[in-house]
Design a protein around this ligand. Structure first.
Ligand SMILES: NC(=O)c1ccc[n+]([C@@H]2O[C@H](COP(=O)([O-])OP(=O)(O)OC[C@H]3O[C@@H](n4cnc5c(N)ncnc54)[C@H](OP(=O)(O)O)[C@@H]3O)[C@@H](O)[C@H]2O)c1
Length: 224
């Protein structure tokens, strides 16, 4: 794919990992936060090099031809409002969030699900954007160049716009991920619980080196 200008809303470790990956495959990345001059964003720019820059959420949204959303769920509506739906209109918006509720001494659970999802909520907040859910089912350490003994895991994505999913597929593939498109954005109702499964397995094994893969036979010889 051609090199693009990409905005990332979020200065956490997920935004930083995705930003490093995007820069290393040739894109220009602007990381956004609530306030310009955010220390984490500045440090990330210094480490990442000349194709990296930082600003506010609005700066990152305006800069990006594609914009990743990597904010804590409880701040996501505010972040999108600060970014401005107008500057995200028509753009591919990659929703990496998981709508987690943290409870002390218990694994996280989802703030919404089954009949709704974070991905659908992000699409409702940004009705003019082309939202694609991706990268939410794996830990930040494995988002770029996933290296597993059984071969690359699969990235499951969903969204309503076929061209947007094609663009996100190209990004995932450039990161080393085969992609499985599971359909419209309502597929987030399935992908967000997969994050909980990923976390629960990590908690039970005290290990974070796992990822999902769909195993398939080369010919379909059995019905379900
Ligand atoms: N941890 C993982 O491996 C993993 C994997 C897949 C998906 N995810 C999801 O990825 C997302 C990002 O995770 P993370 O750990 O990198 O970061 P995080 O700590 O969950 O979120 C950090 C970002 O949220 C913003 N934020 C916090 N409160 C806000 C508010 N009230 N209004 C607007 N923005 C607010 C911060 O803004 P400032 O920059 O201004 O401080 C910062 O940019 C989360 O939704 C997480 O569930 C995580």
């Amino acid at each position: 794919m051609r090199n693009m200008r990409i905005g990332i809303l979020g200065t956490g470790e997920v935004g930083q990992a995705l930003g490093r990956g995007l820069v290393s495959v040739g894109h220009e990345v602007r990381m956004g936060s609530r306030e310009a001059g955010n220390e984490k964003a500045q440090a990330w720019v210094s480490k990442t090099g000349e194709r990296a820059s930082a600003g506010t959420f609005a700066d990152a949204a305006a800069f990006g031809e594609i914009v990743f959303v990597a904010t804590i769920w409880s701040g996501t509506e505010n972040a999108l409002s600060l970014a401005g739906a107008k500057d995200l209109s028509g753009k591919v918006v990659v929703d990496v969030t998981n709508p987690l509720v943290s409870t002390p001494d218990a694994p996280p659970s989802l703030a919404l699900g089954n009949t709704d999802s974070g991905g659908e909520q992000v699409q409702r907040w940004l009705p003019e954007s082309r939202v694609v859910k991706a990268f939410n089912i794996v830990g930040k350490a494995h988002m770029f160049h996933p290296d597993f003994p059984g071969g690359p895991p699969d990235m499951f994505i969903c969204g309503n716009d076929a061209a947007a999913k094609k663009t996100v597929t190209e990004i995932c593939e450039s990161f080393g991920w085969p992609v499985i498109d599971i359909g419209g954005i309502e597929g987030s109702r399935l992908l967000e619980p997969l994050c909980i499964l990923w976390v629960l397995y990590g908690v039970r094994t005290n290990s974070w080196n796992h990822a999902f893969k769909l195993l398939r036979k080369s010919s379909i010889d059995q019905s379900p």
